[in-house]
Design a protein around this ligand. Structure first.
Ligand SMILES: Nc1ncnc2c1ncn2[C@@H]1O[C@H](COP(=O)(O)OP(=O)(O)OP(=O)(O)O)[C@@H](O)[C@H]1O
Ligand SMILES: C[C@H](N)[C@H](N)CCCCCC(=O)O
Ligand SMILES: [Mg+2]
Length: 225
């Protein structure tokens, strides 16, 4: 049985991909055969190889297994907006079955599969369902990435409450420093630690090059057991 995780965040642009790459690096170091998965990506570029999303490419690069692009990212949209909107505009319906088949295929190959969502917990995938509905269907344990800044305590508590209301396990959370530490930084961390009902796996500092550095060392994945 593979270990499976769903990586959500307190918002879009809070470091889910940075933290996902760090988690993959930590799992690689622990000897897992890892695969990253970005089922739905919006905000992508047309390249000679086809439409490519930066998150998916980063997950592909940091997976220990050699994975084809479409294995990592079945739904790729160019416009950087909410998936339900770009799905409507392009006429390409996002189907749960396709998302689930992609996950099942990676589970055949990898013993550690990490799924990155899009935006925050309730990002809509159509007029009638959200990413959270699929996570619930899949019964994935959730890891929450908190972009540490003013406002994140409320967003973290709302997300933790929603995950628990869905009957899912909040397995851990990661503090990601999206700015240089300000005067209240330690107070924010302590406030989050006191309120998020899951272990803090680590803190990723503010870095010049968060995608090219060895960031796995900032996380303790043994806390996920
Ligand atoms: N620890 C960090 N240090 C410096 N910059 C960071 C850090 N974490 C994230 N960033 C910057 O913040 C931006 C957003 O990060 P990232 O792409 O990981 O967010 P995301 O939550 O995955 O966004 P999306 O919702 O689009 O998937 C990136 O430009 C990244 O370089
Ligand atoms: C384009 C962006 N970077 C993400 N890929 C998608 C964010 C969806 C947010 C939906 C919302 O809550 O408004
Ligand atoms: Mg991302």
């Amino acid at each position: 049985m593979s270990k499976r995780w769903f990586i959500t965040g307190t918002d879009t642009e809070v470091g889910k991909t940075v933290a996902s790459c760090a988690l993959l690096q930590a799992a690689n170091r622990a000897g897992y055969h890892t695969a990253g998965y970005k089922p739905v990506a919006s905000g992508s570029d047309l390249t000679p190889e086809g439409v490519r999303n930066g998150d998916a490419l980063a997950l592909q690069r940091n997976s220990s297994l050699e994975l084809g692009y479409s294995e990592v990212n079945p739904y790729v949209f160019e416009e950087p907006t909410s998936p339900h909107l770009v799905s409507r505009t392009t006429g390409i319906a996002i189907e749960r079955a396709v998302m689930s088949q992609g996950l099942a295929a990676l589970e055949q190959k990898a013993d550690w599969v990490q799924v990155e969502g899009a935006g925050g917990w309730f990002t809509p995938l159509s007029e009638t369902w959200t990413f959270a509905d699929w996570v619930r269907e899949q019964q994935l344990p959730v890891i929450l990435v908190v972009g540490v800044k003013l406002g994140c305590i409320n967003h973290a508590m709302l997300t933790a409450a929603a995950v628990q209301a869905a009957g899912l396990r909040l397995a851990g959370w990661i503090a990601n420093d999206v700015t240089p530490p300000g005067a209240r930084h330690q107070d924010y961390l302590a406030s989050l630690q006191a309120r998020i009902p899951a272990p803090m796996l680590g803190e990723i500092p503010w870095l010049d090059d968060p995608f090219t550095r060895d960031t796995g060392r900032f996380l303790d994945i043994s806390l996920l057991d």
